[in-house]
Design a protein around this ligand. Sequence first.
Ligand code: ADP
Length: 240
Amino acid sequence: MNAPPPTEPVFIARGLTKTYRMGEVEVQALRGIDLELFRGELVVLLGPSGSGKSTLLNILGGLDTPSSGEVFYLGQRLSGASEAELTRFRREHVGFVFQFYNLIPSLTVRENVAAVTEIAPSPMPPEEALKLVGLGERLDHFPAQLSGGEQQRVAIARAIAKNPSVLLCDEPTGALDSATGVVVLEALEKVNRELGTLTVLITHNAGIAAMADRVIRLSDGRIAEVRANPLRKPARELSW
Ligand code: ADP
């Protein structure tokens, strides 16, 4: 029997810790994280508020640095990289989606996406990214003319239009009702399937976990469980 082809992890984290100091008080946000994330996966990071999910995502995305331990992106060491190197890493390889959409109100949908692709090395046309998230007909609208879910899909289009290898999403449905949230998750699912972008999705909502290839559950700054779903449940069938 042939062995499966080896897959190089996109991210490797070893012994990551993060301690925040605020005056006399120390908060241990991460207490020793070891993980590997692979090309094309959709991974849900699950855990209660304060368990360290955002801290971990921010370190993977080069927005923050660990207190100790190491993190590698395709063999390149991110821990210890300079601020300029991290900025370049983020610009070239990482798309971020946050709970709040941070669109520029005075720019149209198309212009919001184009503002990012102008500085990316190998972008896709803004129209294509917007079509992928189902907003191909809303190019000339302004953010205020769109619903919350539509604005979040613009934010997803903006994140993917630079063709990132990694899409990091921190509570992307946190501000949305569940029916609207499902449409946003369908857009992320489609991006992951069609572009093969490694997608990491933070949620405190266990109902979303079924759409993942793997679920990594954090508790108190540690990985409590890693679970592979035998089958991914389509986002439209999720409920929470
Ligand atoms: P989650 O995303 O799971 O809600 P976080 O990673 O945001 O968890 O936070 C983990 C812990 O670290 C929490 O106790 C939080 O209060 C603390 N924390 C996060 N960011 C900071 C910061 N910039 N300064 C101080 N403490 C922080």
